[in-house]
Design a protein around this ligand. Structure first.
Ligand SMILES: [Ca+2]
Ligand SMILES: [Ca+2]
Ligand SMILES: [Ca+2]
Ligand SMILES: [Ca+2]
Length: 352
């Protein structure tokens, strides 16, 4: 008799077969998943954009300063007359030239680390450079101030960028403490650049374009103490950050954190001579008052030959000396003060 397969056995076989198929299907489905789980250990096909971009934007520090200097200017060394609570010259408030490395009112504290005695400018294809030499270090043998340059791209006397370095302490280039400010709305200088205006306010340098490496230009500006001279600050800034100028004017600044306030440029537009005071005892508004602990220089010509008529430029058309009768000679201060006759008339000193 022919053996019949029991119906229940046949059904069990079918169930087992279907279950096996399902199991196999699950195994097949799980395979890509496990393969994908392995992938992260390999190089990701699309790494986050910020990675390569950070690597690419990170610019190296500048190297040594160029061998050829573009321009240089001296500035009065006020240590000479510091004990007399006065300066040897170099301060013409109405023409944006200051020589005020003293405390306010009493002028009994002289700050050699705020007193510029020399500045130099350099330029290559990538960088602009400045050196700022101070009369001395502070009582702790540090340069505990702010040091910077004001850059006038179109030579009209109206500053465009202000680069400031706070408390430089290393002979290696660093971005620590360095900021670059821009006058994006063009109100630095007020109505008449360089010259004191009576009714101008404005917000000075209001736009922070570089802040210790955090910006669109991570390698934009650097500072170091000169490896050759502990009283000299070296600054370097990428020309790219300034729009790649081929030439510019550049003046040096030094002062305390409080005095070198970017929003107060130009200082002689934000306060009167009476409010600012003066470091010259022969002036009626002596001593220093609202503007103290600060020094600046005339503006160097970088990448061009000045005519002498550029507002604020060094070695401009020399001012005439006033008639001798009843008026003291203007202190003879070589290399100071960029003083074009049109913009920097001589200071009248009344005899005591
Ligand atoms: Ca000065
Ligand atoms: Ca000085
Ligand atoms: Ca002005
Ligand atoms: Ca402004």
């Amino acid at each position: 008799m022919k053996n019949k397969i029991p119906l229940h056995f046949f059904l069990m076989c079918c169930i087992f077969f279907i279950a096996a198929l399902a199991c196999n299907a699950q195994t097949n489905l799980s395979t890509p998943t496990s393969t994908a789980a392995v992938l992260p250990t390999m190089a990701p096909p699309n790494p986050p954009l910020r990675f390569p971009s950070m690597t690419k934007q990170k610019a190296g520090a500048p190297a040594s300063l160029p061998e050829t200097r573009s321009d240089q200017a001296g500035d009065p060394d006020s240590s000479i007359d510091a004990h007399k609570k006065m300066v040897p010259g170099g301060d013409t408030f109405v023409n944006d030239l200051y020589e005020r490395p003293f405390n306010t009112n009493t002028m009994d504290t002289y700050f050699p680390n705020y007193d510029i005695v020399d500045t130099q400018g350099f330029k290559d294809d990538t960088w602009g450079y400045a050196t700022i030499t101070l009369s001395g270090l502070d009582v702790n043998n540090h340069l505990s101030g702010k040091y910077g340059v004001e850059i006038d791209l179109d030579r009209n006397g109206r500053g465009d960028f202000l680069i400031l370095a706070s408390k430089p302490s290393s002979t290696d280039w660093t971005r620590r403490g360095v900021q670059a400010w821009k006058d994006a709305n063009g109100d630095v200088g007020g109505t008449v650049p360089i010259v004191a205006d009576t009714d101008t306010t404005g917000d000075g340098y209001e736009t922070l374009v570089f802040n210790q490496g955090k910006s669109d230009f991570p390698g934009g500006a650097w500072v170091r103490i000169s490896p050759d001279d502990p009283k000299t600050v070296d600054l370097a800034f990428m020309l790219d950050m300034l729009g790649n100028p081929t030439s510019f004017m550049m003046g040096a600044w030094a002062g305390s954190d409080a005095s070198l306030n970017p929003a107060q440029f130009d200082f002689n537009d934000h306060m009167t001579h009476i409010q600012a005071g003066d470091p010259d005892p022969s002036m009626q508004v002596y001593p220093l008052k609202g503007l103290s602990e600060i020094d600046n220089t005339c503006r160097l010509a970088i990448g061009f030959v000045p005519t002498g008529n550029e507002p604020g430029v060094c070695n401009g058309i020399p001012p005439k000396k006033p008639a001798s009768a009843g008026v003291a000679d203007v202190p003879d201060v070589p290399d100071v003060p960029g003083t074009t006759q049109q913009h920097h008339p001589p200071k009248k000193l009344v005899m005591k």
